[in-house]
Each structure stands twice: as C-alpha cells, then as structure tokens.
Design a protein around this ligand. Structure first.
Ligand code: GLN
Length: 466
C-alpha cells in the first residue's frame, strides 16, 4: 500500500473496505514525521498517545461505529486548544500552558474519528506571514529548505506538504491559512466569518479570525469543512450554515479581479490566466471586476487588526496564566511578564493597536478604518450581484527566502495584499495549487465566494484542480 499518495477521500474508502488498519496508516505518517521533521520543523510536538488514539478508532471501526474522519491523521495549529495538551501559540508567554478544555472544532473532529498527530509551528500569536516569528524557530518550506513555508499557519501547511498529515487545522485572520497553503502547494480554506466556531481558538483579532482546513485536495477541504462547520452556543458570532444556494454550477459567473500585474510574479499571473481559460472553456461566464475600495484593504487591516490584538492580548498579564515574572509591585509584574514573554512583532502590534485606539486618535484611525471596512463589504455585495465568485492571486510572490523580510515589516505586510479583504468582508476564500514555477516552487490561485457559499468555492476549485 502506498500511503504517500493517500488523500482523505482515498483513506476513507480504503478504511471502509478494511484494506489496512488505522494504526498501520497512522504509523506510516509517524515514520514520515520522524524522517522529515528534524529538517522542516513543521511540528512542535508529536503527541505520545497517537498509537492509543489509532487503536481506539480501529476498535470502533470493528464495532461499526466509526465517524466520517475515522482514522484520518490530522495536525493542529498551536493556537487551537486540545484539553491536556500544551497550546503555546508559539510564544514564550504560553510556552508551558496546558489547555483546560477542547476547542469546539477539536470536539467535532474527534467525534468524527480523527487521530491527532501533534501541534504545529506558527508565527507567535498568528502574527506574521512566514512562521519566522515563532519563538521556537522557523519552519522550512518542504519544497526548498532555504525558503519560508508562509504564515502564520506555516507549520500546518508544511506538515501536509511534507506528507506528515492528511489534513491540518489552521487559523486565518488576514491570510494565514491561504498564503502558507499557496507557498507549500496545498489547499487552504478560510470559511465565511461565523461558519466555524472560534471557541477554543487563542484570539488574535476576533472580528477577523476563522479556523479552517489545509489539505491536499479541494475535495478533502470540503470533507473537513463539513465536519467543523455549524453554529455553536459557545461562540455567539457563529451561525447555522445550512445550504440554501440554488445555483447552476454548470454556468457560474466568474469575476476576474483587476489588479496591478507588474507587482505580481509572471508565473502567478500566467497560472491565473490559465485557470480562467479553463473555467471559460467549460462554459462559465468570465468578466472583469474592479471594486473601487479594495485597494484600501491592507491599510484598513493593519489598523483594525492591531487594535483588536492589543485588546485581546491584554489578558496575558502574568497573573491568570502563562509566564509570570515578579517585579517590585503589581504594575512591574505586568511589565516584566509582558516584556519577557512577548516577541518583537507582537509588541509592535500591541503598541500600534494601543495607539490607534487612544483618545484623540481613535476617530482618525480606528473609526475611519471601520468606515472603510464597510465600504469594502459593500463592494463585495455589489460585485456578488454580478458574479458568483471572484478569482485572484493568493500571494504576489512564491515562497521567499528565510530572513529576506524579517527586518522589513512593511515588506512582510505586503505579502497579505490579496488575502486580507476576504477577512475584512467576512466572505469565504480558498487557495489552491495550480503547479510550479521554473524554480519548482508551488504557485496557486485564490477564489472568493459570497457569504456562506463555500459550495461554489469547492465546485470551481475542483474544476480548476481536475
Ligand atoms: N500575515 C497576516 C498578519 O501578519 C495574517 C495573519 C493571520 O492571518 N493570522 O497579520
């Protein structure tokens, strides 16, 4: 059996037919991790109960009560809580923090029979686009060890790309699932805001965060999404996502985003054109769209996101949980803990966020950014009267070299230019691989659909991938 070519879909079928046991399959993945992780560093920890988990599922299968993800080996980004396991968000401040409850997504995939292999590396508190902001050191891109895997869910994308899991969960606040998926040649889905519960996700910017799957195929992303989606009483922003879209999948209207092509790698422009031609040739209507306010997405994101970051991270004070440093009084306790516990990028964003929220600047920055965010949402509303989906690049470049942008935060922020608008508007977006460039690095495209129309993303994504 060639476990290396497995997808979730194929594994489901093989397990149903009892072609191999869960433990045989999972053991193969443990072997792959053993072989590759020392160089790639996708995983921060491989759990010591994997064999127990696998054998428990094998028993369940024998009793005929296995779920939809029975035996599927998954990796979990280190900001999603699994009861009893460390959840560090790749930060010193939470280095030894053990989760005291399960995130809703964890409960759901555990009930579906998945096996948790371990937790994956990330940019500290999900702030970054390269996984270099992890306090535990960077993850390497499996396609070229001198390059970054993208971020912040770089460990999750690399785990799937190196053959060390069939799926991984990531979180996406401004592109952190899609951009690493694109850099590593795998599929990444950011669901509609509210489609998946955020309960048990270490919050970065609560009005933008969503949890989603990273997989090898679009079909697999759909399988995992269907398991994790749905309303949750523990997250008041989550909603029921029953499918009501009556669309003719054979003749969808696809809008091609107008963008400055000179700022994007040639091969990424080319792969986008080829994907568009493919969709046109099978009967879809293609038109250009040019939403007027989209160009303000990046500055808008880099005001709203740090504002929410500064509020969310106020809870890490050395008193409640995590690192605790003593000063001469309570204020010094806070200051020492936070000075030693947070890394450079996290501090930069807390400072930026505190500034844009401060009296006297609130209206000029935060208030204005909220208004612009509304305009961006309206642009999407307008465009989605004309088209059923939008196609655009995921990232302006392929994976860049480790160290290339670490001293240039603005350059790093620019790699989010095509991903942040979906988070600001709350719409679902999918990144999928379309091939490789001359240097054998993965290239990909991104699709965006109207709120709660993930089905359109899966439909078009499968057609581009076929
Ligand atoms: N790269 C973006 C940032 O640094 C997005 C991060 C994310 O989606 N978590 O903010």
């Amino acid at each position: 059996m060639d476990f290396g070519n497995l997808t979730i879909k194929k594994a489901q079928e093989a397990i149903k037919k009892r072609e191999f046991s869960v433990w045989e399959m999972v053991n193969f993945f443990l072997g792959k991790i053993e072989e590759k992780n020392k160089d790639i560093k996708a995983y921060l920890e491989v759990f010591n109960d994997v064999e127990d988990q696998a054998k428990r599922i094998d028993k369940k299968i024998a009793n005929g009560d296995a779920g939809n993800l029975a035996g599927i080996p998954v990796a979990i980004k280190d900001n999603i809580l699994i009861k009893g396991k460390i959840a560090s968000a790749s930060s010193k401040i939470l280095e030894n923090y053990k989760a005291v409850y399960d995130a809703t997504v964890i409960k759901k995939i555990r009930n579906a029979g998945a096996v948790f292999l371990g937790r994956t590396n990330m940019d500290e508190f999900a702030m970054g686009s390269s996984t270099e902001n992890s306090v535990f050191g960077p993850t390497k891109n499996p396609h070229d060890l001198e390059r970054v895997p993208g971020g912040s869910s770089g460990g999750s994308a690399a785990a799937v790309a190196m053959g060390g899991a069939l799926s991984a969960l990531g979180s996406d606040t401004g592109g952190s699932i899609r951009q690493p998926a694109s850099f590593c040649g795998v599929v990444g889905l950011k669901p509609t805001y509210g489609a998946v519960s955020r309960y048990g996700l270490i919050a970065m910017a609560s009005s933008l965060d969503q949890i989603g799957p990273i997989t090898k195929t679009v079909e697999d992303a759909e399988i995992v999404f269907n398991v994790i989606k749905g309303q949750d009483e523990m997250d008041s922003t989550s909603v029921d996502t029953h499918q009501s879209s009556i669309v003719d999948y054979k003749k969808l209207r696809v809008g091609v985003l107008k963008y400055d092509r000179s700022g994007v790698d040639d091969e990424i422009n080319k792969t986008l054109d080829e994907s568009v031609e493919k969709l046109r040739s099978i009967g879809h209507d293609i038109m250009e769209i040019d939403p007027p306010n989209l160009e303000y997405s990046l500055p808008c994101y880099y005001i709203i996101m740090p504002a929410e970051v500064s509020a969310n991270l106020a809870r890490f004070d050395g008193i409640r949980y995590g690192l605790s440093k003593q000063g001469k009084n309570l204020l010094e306790d806070y200051m020492e803990t936070r000075a030693q516990g947070f890394g450079k990028e996290v501090k930069r964003r807390i400072l930026l966020g505190t500034y844009v929220l401060s009296a006297g600047y609130y209206d000029a920055y935060y208030g204005k950014a909220q208004k612009v965010r509304n305009l961006i949402k309206k642009d999407f509303e307008k465009d989605f009267k004309k088209v059923d989906a939008i196609i655009l690049p995921t990232s302006p470049t392929v994976a860049f070299k480790i160290g290339e942008k670490t001293e240039k935060p603005l350059q790093m922020y620019l790699s989010d230019i095509f991903t942040v608008s979906a988070n600001l508007a709350g719409v679902p977006a999918l990144s999928l691989p379309t091939g490789k460039n001359k240097e054998k690095l993965p290239v990909g495209v991104q699709l965006i659909a109207p709120w709660f129309k993930e089905d359109i993303l899966f439909n078009l994504g499968k057609k581009i991938q076929s």
